[in-house]
Design a protein around this ligand. Structure first.
Ligand code: G16
Length: 544
C-alpha cells in the first residue's frame, strides 16, 4: 500500500458546534475540506497504531464518498482495524453501542442529524471517543486548533473498498470489517426491555404502532426490531427505506416536520403509539392517539416508571437534563430522592455523569432521551421504552401522561425557533439580552418576579471543567422560566431558540393549550429579546 503525504492549507471554519462539524455539502466538497478535518482528528488522537475505530453514518448524500476517504486516511494514519456498518450505515446510538461493545478507540459518525440531506443540503462529521459518546469540548477544541494550522494530511493510494458486503478485507496493514449495523444494537435492546411482553401485546393487537423512520437511518433497525422480531404488522414502520435526501423531507421528528405521523395520530383510528426518529436515529418523538408527549414530559414519565422495566428494575442512580429542558424530571427526582443534574445543551455533557455512574437516565427538550446503555441519545430505545411501559401499565399514552401530571403537576412547555436569521442579528440579540441581565433581578412583570437572570455557566461535577455562556436564563419566583440561546447545529445563518416554561399544580388547570398557558411568557420573551423588531419576522418558524 502506497501512502502519500499531501500538502494542504487550513480552513478557518472547522469549529465543531453542538454536535460535530455540520456544514452545507458544498462546503464539504471544497478541496481537502473533509481531509483537513479528519487529519486534525488523527493529529489530536495521537498514536492510533493497532487501534480499532468504528465508522458509520446516516446514509445522507456524501456518506459513502466520505467513508472511502476516511478508510484511506485511517490506513495511512496506522489504524489497526475499522468496523464499518454495511452500506456505510449505522445509527448514532448503534455506533455508540458498537464502540463500547468492541472496546474500540472511538469512531467517526457521519451525520448532520435532523438537518435535510442532498447535494444542496447538509453534511456532518463528528468523532466519538472510547466511552462511545461524542468527544468532550477539550477534544473538539483541540481538533479545531489543529485545523487552523494543518498543512498536510496522509492518505493511502488505493481503490475504493467494497462497503456493501459483510465480511473482512484489508487495506495494507489495516483490517476492515463490514458489519451488520443492526444486530449488536438489537441484542442490547433485547437485554433492556421485556421483548416477550411487547411481542404478545403487538401480536394480539392490544398495542398498535406507527413508526415513521422519515427515510432515514432507523428504517432497517425499526423493521428488524419492531416488525420482524416483535411482530408488529408489516406497515407499522413507514418511510423505512433510507434515502440520501430523506425523500426531500426534513428528518426532524417534531409536529412540524413529522406532520404525516402527527396527522395520523390526530386522525380517526389512530394507533396506540406513534413515534418518529431523526436522520441519524438519536432523536424520538412520542405520540399517543390524539396526544403529543413533549420530550421534557417523556423524560419525566420514563424516570418515574423505569423501575417497571427489566433493564432498570434496580431503580435509577440519578437523572440529568439539559438546562433548557423543563423541570418536570426534577420533580420526579425529588420524589424519588435522587439527584437531578442540569447540563448545557449538547449530549456530550452527559458523558462524564454517565461514566461516573451518577445518573442512569438523561434527556433533552430537543427530542432526545437515553440511558447508561450507550453514550448517545437513542430514538428507538425511547420507542421500545414506551412500548414496554404501555404493555406493563395497560394504559394509553394519554392516560399515563395525565396520571403523571396529577401526581407531579404539569410543566407547560414550548420552544419557539426563529430560523435562518443573519448571524449578526442573532449575535446582537444575545448581546442585547446579556446587557439587560444585571438590571432584571427583582423586576416584576405581571405575575412574574425575576429571581435569577444570568447566562448559564456549567461546572462539570466530575472533572471540574467550566463551560460558560450556555444560554440566557430568566427564572421567576414561581419557578417559571424563559431561556434564550442560539442553536449550535444550524448551517443557515443563525437560529434563535426561545424556551418557555411554567408549572401548574392544579389538575383542573391541566387541560390548557400550552401556547395559551404560556402566553404572558411568550410576550415577555419577545419583548426582552426584541426578536421580531430586530429580524422583521412576524413569528417563530417552528413551534414545538
Ligand atoms: C444535537 C445535540 C443535542 C442538542 C441538539 C440541539 O442533537 O446532540 O444535545 O440538544 O443538537 O442543539 P441546538 O439547540 O444547539 O441546535 P442532534 O440530534 O442534532 O445531534
Amino acid at each position: 500500500m502506497q501512502i502519500e503525504t499531501r500538502k494542504t492549507t487550513p480552513y478557518s471554519d472547522q469549529k465543531p458546534g453542538t454536535s460535530g462539524l455540520r456544514k452545507k455539502v458544498k462546503v464539504f466538497l471544497q478541496e481537502n475540506y473533509l481531509e483537513n478535518f479528519v487529519q486534525s482528528v488523527f493529529d489530536t488522537l495521537g498514536d492510533v497504531a493497532g487501534k480499532t475505530l468504528v465508522v458509520g453514518g446516516d446514509g445522507r448524500y456524501l456518506n459513502r464518498q466520505a467513508i472511502q476517504t476516511i478508510i484511506k486516511m485511517s490506513a495511512a494514519n496506522g489504524v489497526g482495524r475499522l468496523l464499518i456498518g454495511q452500506g456505510g450505515l449505522m445509527s448514532t446510538p448503534a455506533a455508540s453501542c458498537v464502540i463500547r461493545k468492541y472496546k474500540a478507540h472511538g469512531g467517526f459518525v457521519l451525520s448532520a442529524s435532523h438537518n435535510p440531506g442532498g447535494p444542496d443540503q447538509d453534511f456532518g462529521i463528528k468523532y466519538n471517543v472510547t466511552n462511545g459518546g461524542p468527544a468532550p469540548e477539550n477534544f473538539t477544541d483541540a481538533v479545531y486548533a489543529r485545523s487552523r494550522v494543518i498543512d498536510q494530511y496522509k492518505i493511502a493510494l488505493a481503490e475504493d473498498v467494497d462497503i456493501d458486503t459483510i465480511g473482512e478485507t484489508r487495506l495494507g496493514e489495516m483490517a476492515i470489517q463490514i458489519i451488520d449495523p443492526v444486530s449488536d444494537y438489537a441484542q442490547l435492546m433485547e437485554h433492556l426491555f421485556d421483548f416477550n411482553l411487547i411481542e404478545s401485546a403487538l401480536k394480539s393487537g392490544a398495542i398498535t404502532l406507527s413508526y415513521d423512520a422519515m427515510h432515514a437511518v432507523t428504517g432497517p433497525y425499526a423493521i428488524r426490531i419492531l416488525e420482524e422480531r416483535l411482530g408488529a404488522p408489516i406497515g407499522s414502520v413507514v418511510n423505512g427505506v433510507p434515502l440520501e435526501d430523506f425523500g426531500g423531507g426534513h428528518p426532524d421528528p417534531n409536529l412540524t416536520h413529522a406532520s404525516e405521523l402527527a396527522n395520523r395520530m390526530f386522525g380517526a383510528r389512530a394507533p396506540t403509539l406513534g413515534a418518529a426518529s431523526d436522520g441519524d436515529g438519536d432523536r424520538n418523538m412520542i405520540m399517543g392517539s390524539q396526544f403529543f408527549v413533549t420530550p421534557s414530559d417523556s423524560l419525566a414519565v420514563l424516570a418515574a416508571n423505569a423501575h417497571l422495566l427489566p433493564g432498570y428494575k434496580e431503580g435509577l442512580r440519578g437523572v440529568a437534563r439539559s438546562m433548557p429542558t423543563s423541570q418536570a424530571v426534577d420533580r420526579v427526582a425529588e420524589a424519588m430522592g435522587i439527584e437531578c443534574y442540569e447540563t448545557p445543551t449538547g449530549w456530550k455533557f452527559f458523558g462524564n455523569l454517565l461514566d461516573a455512574r451518577k445518573i442512569t437516565l438523561c434527556g433533552e427538550e430537543s427530542f432526545g432521551t437515553s440511558s447508561d446503555h450507550v453514550r448517545e441519545k437513542d430514538g428507538l430505545w425511547a420507542v421500545l421504552f414506551w412500548l414496554n411501559l404501555i404493555a406493563v401499565r395497560k394504559q394509553s399514552v394519554a392516560e399515563i401522561v395525565r396520571e403523571h401530571w396529577r401526581r407531579f403537576g404539569r410543566d407547560y412547555y414550548s420552544r419557539h425557533d426563529y430560523e435562518g436569521m443573519p448571524a449578526e442579528i442573532g449575535a446582537a440579540i444575545i448581546e442585547h439580552l446579556r446587557a439587560q441581565l444585571p438590571g432584571l433581578s427583582g423586576k416584576t412583570f405581571g405575575p412574574y418576579s425575576v429571581r435569577v437572570a444570568d447566562d448559564f455557566c456549567y461546572r462539570d461535577p466530575v472533572d471540574g471543567s467550566v463551560s460558560e455562556k450556555q444560554g440566557i436564563r430568566v427564572i421567576f419566583e414561581n419557578g417559571a422560566r424563559i431561556v434564550i440561546r442560539l442553536s449550535g447545529t444550524g448551517t443557515d445563518g443563525a437560529t434563535l431558540r426561545i424556551y418557555l416554561e411554567r408549572y401548574e399544580r392544579d389538575p383542573a388547570q391541566h387541560g390548557l393549550d400550552p401556547q395559551e398557558a404560556l402566553k404572558d411568557l411568550i410576550e415577555l420573551a419577545e419583548s426582552l429579546s426584541e426578536v421580531k423588531i430586530r429580524t422583521g419576522m412576524s413569528g417563530p418558524t417552528v413551534i414545538t
